[in-house]
Design a protein around this ligand. Structure first.
Ligand code: PLP
Length: 423
């Protein structure tokens, strides 16, 4: 009898211990690596605006980095055929051979780069393509040069690999682009990689052929220095031709070209990205990917053939709309007191210099940073945006103009009204 009671007592105290917060918390210990990572502010801002919307507010979302169009019909049709033809089994890790062949043709046609299928790795989004490259090439202590403003995940992926990010800041005055001199000064014996995007997210900046050739001269001086050229916004450009760094023969062996379907084909949810790279780097990415996801979604891959085989003009209607919206958005933003924006040649973002609107207050709360201002605009104008801090450049806010003209005009009106309320 006594011993049965004793057993219950023991059981009870065990259960009690399990549910005490201390033990509970120690059970929930996450890795040191995870603790070093940031949650992308882009995703956080979107989450906050969804919460406001759930409370019944009419929130205009200009924080997300995706086209507001649906995937074109001809691509959806190709996916449906893929389903009917039972493309439902595992495939080679770097992608179906015919998909990689189609990507090679696209690289030749649009970018003047010669790749063969064994130089292509298809992944679950360009984000995974980038992660594959960074994890395959970067060791602890390697330096990775990243011009700011940069896309949020570059820095975090370098951290995961144990590398050191070396940020080169740019300004609106130099159109958010680095010069060959800045690159040269940032390079050390430890420099292993540079990651950049053109067109750029968040600034929309694009490097011209001449500017890339000048950077290539510096890159060519260090043969163990690799450049990740993120060209995911290639198709979204208005006033300038796109040029690919890997088309310069002197540095072909040093460049990894990253691209994908998310932006140009309005396929963010399909998760399809790819790289073209020297064979040994493609092989390394194949090995890395084989331990995470294996091959990318079979149906998205069948759809990818239709997308990359299409002439860029087939999705030109989106570009026409984006350009119209860009021009309206720039006018609206430039008219807001303390805001200043240049004309971005690519992508679908306005990266606004807002320092003239900082240092003011509302209801006794000081608005000192672009993060404060972005939050103020969300809470008082119900317009979501992403502060420059997310992209490594304070004093700026990114507004996406991948939204209807009606929403953009209303957003401009609300932001203007909110800014004028600060004193
Ligand atoms: N690179 C840049 C510059 C981006 O802006 C994004 C998405 O926002 C990506 C890569 C990732 O694209 P994906 O949707 O293919 O993973």
């Amino acid at each position: 009898m006594h011993s049965t009671l004793g057993k219950y007592h023991l059981l009870f105290s065990l259960i009690k211990d399990i549910f005490t917060p201390k033990l509970f918390l120690s059970m929930q210990r996450t890795s040191q690596l995870l603790d070093k990572l940031e949650m992308p502010l882009t995703i956080e801002m979107t989450q906050k605006s969804r919460e406001l919307a759930a409370q019944g507010h009419n929130v205009i979302s200009l924080s997300l980095g995706e086209p507001d169009f649906d995937t074109p019909e001809f691509i959806k049709e190709a996916a449906k055929v893929g389903i009917d033809q039972n493309f439902s089994h595992y495939m080679p890790v770097p992608g179906y051979v015919d998909v990689r062949e189609a990507i090679c043709k696209k690289f030749k046609r649009d970018n003047n780069i010669s790749y063969s299928p064994n130089q292509i790795v298809v992944s679950t989004g360009a984000k995974q393509s980038l992660a594959n490259v960074v994890l395959s090439l970067i060791d602890a202590g390697d330096e990775v040069i990243i011009p700011a403003p940069y896309w949020v995940s570059y820095i975090e992926q370098v951290k995961i690999a144990g590398g050191e990010a070396v940020v080169i800041p740019t300004t609106m005055e130099n159109d958010f682009k680095i010069t060959p001199r800045q690159l040269k000064e940032a390079m050390t014996a430890k420099s292993r990689m540079m990651i950049f995007s053109s067109p750029n997210n968040p600034s929309g900046a694009m490097y011209s052929e001449q500017e890339l050739r000048a950077l290539a001269e510096v890159i060519a001086t260090k043969k163990d220095f690799y450049i990740v050229s993120d060209e995911i916004y290639e198709l979204i450009r208005y006033d300038q031709e796109h040029f690919s760094l890997a088309s310069i023969p002197e540095i072909y062996d040093q460049v990894i070209t990253v691209n994908g379907l998310s932006k140009g084909f309005a396929m963010t949810g399909w998760r399809l990205g790819y790289i073209g790279a020297p064979v040994w780097i493609a092989k390394a990415c194949d090995k890395m990917q084989s331990q995470f996801t294996s091959g990318a979604c079979s149906i998205a891959q069948r759809a990818a053939i239709a997308a990359v085989e299409a002439q860029p003009e087939q999705v030109g209607y989106m570009l026409t709309k984006f350009k119209e919206r860009r021009d309206v958005m720039l006018k609206l933003l430039n008219a807001i007191p303390g805001f200043h924006v240049n004309t971005p040649p690519g992508a679908f973002y306005a990266f606004v210099e807002v320092t003239g609107a900082l240092g003011k207050a509302f209801n006794g709360n000081k608005i000192n940073s672009s993060l404060d201002l972005s939050m103020y605009i969300l809470n008082h104008a119900h317009v979501s945006s992403v502060p420059g801090e997310a992209f490594g450049l304070d004093g700026y806010i990114r507004f996406s103009y991948a939204a209807s003209l009606e929403d953009l005009i209303e957003a401009g009106r609300r932001i203007d009204e909110a800014i004028k309320k600060m004193s």
